[in-house]
Design a protein around this ligand. Structure first.
Ligand SMILES: Cc1cc2nc3c(=O)[nH]c(=O)nc-3n(C[C@H](O)[C@H](O)[C@H](O)COP(=O)(O)OP(=O)(O)OC[C@H]3O[C@@H](n4cnc5c(N)ncnc54)[C@H](O)[C@@H]3O)c2cc1C
Length: 499
């Protein structure tokens, strides 16, 4: 019996394990692979993912392992988008192998006390109103785990999604690409970037010690899981270029398509989906790892409060509402990027129009914030029209009675934060009934003297904010109650941390 059983130790499962353990939830992770595979799919963390990870003190160590790229591409548009001026504390994309991100998250989850079981595969599940029972197989046999909640972070072909009977509507793949992590016998034979020959285009992406080649699979087999051979990739590359470019030392060969699907329910009873298990989309924009982390970050605190019994009834459903909407935006913008990349003359006027929009600073910013998810704004109970409401507030520099800190630093404990910048007592007294669930922090913020008070959910999204007005606590009760349930009786409330 455990409180949370996570299926899959990819980015979504590992960050969710960190989040649940930070909140003190008993967490078991089952992962079918005994070891992490030796190939690497993704190679970047975007600005939004770094902003989120910074709110748990995890960004710095990842940034130290990668390289910063201050721009982004909108596939199909001949423009480079800049992240300068975007709504982020990290105006760049971080080049970093997905496997390195997973290593760091897994070590952190283990340090926090997660029970990660490799070589354990979920085969079946059944749920009732009290719990979910999973059947797990290992090399040594089969066992059953009962969990209060089971979270399927088990990738695009999710067994959890299928076992729970959750629909996965969307569009079938219409095109396939071949991918090879290989060496070029003559490194000068192909430049980095796109090279177009008489038969098609070959993309060459530099990787440490090798290159990643991507080209169209013109004759995909009936069974798309048929292994890709070096010979097949060699033929496809030579056919595209109209000349022979010798490939060797294949590290990873695969085929991927442009299917786009999204689970109809992210939460069904006690079974929850996150990451690729909840949505698949074309690889344009290189965003899959980042959305998976975003899902986990949104879910963790809500599930923890639900397990603890402090969550308002709608809280877990808000995970579906918020992340299904965000996922739909990802599907739409990655599909748009794929469409713009089509060799279709009818798209010319649209490409020209969007290129002009992207070349304008405001258009650049809108597009870059869309494709990185920096524009993510969750609906909050009606309140002010401040631009931070519903979004991540910037990582403000603050001074508290304990010295200098920052907004992200205050969120490291994984609890909600109410920042009181009024110098008075009204805000603190108004929130006293929630002090067992919300850290109430008195501080000054020299960079934003207009700010009076701000309530941040544990995921850093701004739930309520006041800049001026005589009643600084107006609407605060409503916001606290909406996200954290009713106020505790006055003797219970005093256990919360405040500075
Ligand atoms: C070629 C390619 C390139 C990509 N490049 C990028 C990129 O540059 N940037 C980016 O952001 N994204 C990229 N992606 C997408 C990214 O890899 C995925 O979106 C991301 O890994 C999703 O994370 P996840 O945790 O949801 O699922 P996964 O990483 O797929 O993890 C799922 C885990 O569940 C395990 N599992 C599955 N079934 C079971 C079971 N029954 N029992 C136990 N364990 C199970 C699997 O072994 C796996 O470890 C790329 C994808 C591909 C294919």
């Amino acid at each position: 019996m455990t409180e949370a059983l996570i299926v899959g130790a990819g980015p979504a499962g590992l960050l969710l394990a960190c989040e649940l353990r930070t909140a003190g939830v008993d967490t078991v992770v089952v992962e079918r692979h005994a070891q992490r595979p030796d190939f690497c799919r993704g190679f970047n963390l975007n600005a939004r993912a770094l902003d989120l990870l910074a709110r748990r003190g995890l960004a710095e160590r990842l940034i130290g392992e990668g390289w910063q790229v201050p721009h982004a591409a909108f596939s199909g548009l001949p423009v480079t988008l800049t992240l300068a001026g975007a709504h982020t504390d990290h105006p760049y994309s971080l080049g970093i192998p997905q496997t390195k991100v997973e290593d760091i998250l897994e070590a952190h989850a283990v340090d926090l006390g997660a029970d990660i079981r490799r070589g354990h595969e979920l085969r079946a599940l059944e749920q009732d109103s009290e719990s979910v029972t999973a059947t797990v197989t290992t090399g040594a046999g089969e066992y059953r785990v009962r969990a209060a909640y089971l979270i399927g972070c088990d990738g695009g072909r999710s067994t959890v999604r299928k076992q729970a009977g959750i629909d996965f509507p969307g569009t079938e793949a219409t095109r396939f690409s071949l991918l090879g992590d290989v060496e070029l016998a003559d490194p000068e034979a192909l430049p980095f970037g796109a090279t177009t020959g008489p038969g098609g285009t070959v993309f060459v992406i530099p990787r440490p010690g090798y290159v990643r080649l991507i080209t169209t699979d013109r004759n995909p087999p009936e069974d798309k899981d048929t292994p890709v051979t070096l010979g097949l990739l060699q033929t496809a590359v030579d056919d595209a270029l109209g000349r022979h470019v010798e490939l060797r030392a294949a590290r990873w060969l695969t085929r991927f398509g442009n299917a786009a699907r999204q689970a109809s329910e992210y939460v069904r009873g006690r079974v929850i989906l996150a990451g690729d298990a909840a949505h698949i989309h074309p690889p344009a924009g290189a965003i899959g790892v980042n959305v998976a982390l975003d899902d986990a970050f949104n879910l963790g605190w809500k599930l923890a409060a639900t397990v603890r019994g402090t969550a308002p009834a709608h809280l877990l459903d808000s995970y579906h509402t918020e992340r299904h909407t965000a996922g739909a935006h990802v599907l739409a913008n990655t599909r748009a990027q794929v469409l713009l990349g089509e060799a279709d003359d009818r798209l010319g006027p649209l490409t020209d129009l969007l290129t002009r929009v992207a070349s304008h600073p405001a258009g650049n910013r809108a597009l870059v914030e869309t494709i990185t998810g920096l524009d993510t704004r969750y609906e909050m109970p009606p309140d002010s029209d401040h631009p931070w409401l519903g979004r991540l507030a910037p990582d403000l520099a603050l001074t508290t009675g304990d010295g200098r800190t920052s907004l992200a630093g205050l969120l490291a404990s994984g609890r909600a934060v109410l920042l009181d910048l009024t110098g008075g007592t009204t805000v603190r007294e108004s929130a006293a009934g929630w002090a067992d669930r919300v850290d109430i922090v008195t501080a000054t913020c020299p960079d934003h003297p207009e700010l009076r008070a701000i309530l941040l959910r544990p995921d850093g999204h701004t739930a309520w904010l006041r800049t001026a007005g005589p009643d600084h606590a107006d609407g605060l009760h409503q916001a606290l109650q909406h996200w954290h349930g009713p106020a505790a009786p006055s003797d219970a409330a005093s256990v919360g941390t405040s500075h």
